[in-house]
Design a protein around this ligand. Sequence first.
Ligand code: PLP
Length: 377
Amino acid sequence: MTRLYLDHNATSPLRPQCRDAMLDAMSAPRNASSVHAEGRAAKQLVERARKSLSDAISCPPTSVVFTSGGTESDHTGILGFTRGGPKVERIFLSATEHPAVPAAAAKSGLPVEIVPVLSDGTLDLCWLDQRLSNYDPQTEGAFLLCVMLANNETGVIHPVKEAAAIARKAGGYTMVDAVQALFKVPLDFSTLGADMLCLSAHKAGGPVGVGALVVTPGLGFEPLLGGGGQEENRRAGTHNIPAIVGFGALAEVAKPSEYEALAAIRDQIEAGLPDGATVHGASAARLPNTTCLTAPGFKSETQVMSMDLGGIAVSAGSACSSGKMKKSSVLGAMGVPEDETATSLRISLGWDTPPDAAERVLATWIPEYKRISSRAA
Ligand code: PLP
């Protein structure tokens, strides 16, 4: 039986179109800053990728700053903006941000306030509206609001447009981490209302190690990395041409419509769950590829291991660099009791997910759950 990989929110296998474009890009020396013919050809490749990405998300090509991925984009957005933009005095973070965001905010040395989420996982807009209704940028200073577009563990989609509008009205700026949302749902930077957008290629079938920070034209900004003048002095370092080319190829082939079709498989999994099992964030708008379920008494580690033995790769929430599983702060922020966070499982589908994936998941998961439940009874 072939393995079934359902951990696309950790990383998605490289698409063949990206691999082919990357192999081609690797076949010659390529430094886009060199003035000779090889260098000029490399620059063309970078600019084509920039155009493909900017077309896909509706922003000017000059707004795209290529980085090494989501983590760097989050750091560059927060630190680059708070050091080089208007005088920012405070940062607001949604309670379910990826750890890269609070880590970067902590490095800024600015006071941080957490914006809570509701029990369905979506940003508490009432809290935000109330907190900012009397906000006076003259006395309290400008602020940066960081809110992710879609959560990596639950797939829950935050009302980012509304949040950015509230922030703007109060004189603030907004950075949106769209690492998980890119290409999985429609994304239009020109109408989002955000000042910065953080992207990564590897969650939708592009290469690992490349991402982008999209910056509104004219936004004040200090580069995180200095040295060379690459990316219009916004990110120094020789361009990773094969990875950037792979990202450009991804922008040409990956489409939200392809992910929309995965919702049927996701729904089939959820509909087939036995009594007792529930889905976190089920009532909110979610990414079509993600489900985060919980089943009483069925520990996350046991679920992951039994699925793995059954040939299916899934995860207990977010992938963690140590390889160990830790308690989910995302579910905690949603008010999920601790015993339930210890029994959650994330299944994330992607571009190569076969149509029979739901049947295989249920055929492996249900007997194991029944076995554990009958032992506990
Ligand atoms: N932001 C979100 C929402 C993520 O899910 C991740 C990775 O899981 C990151 C940022 C970090 O991205 P990268 O792995 O490209 O550094």
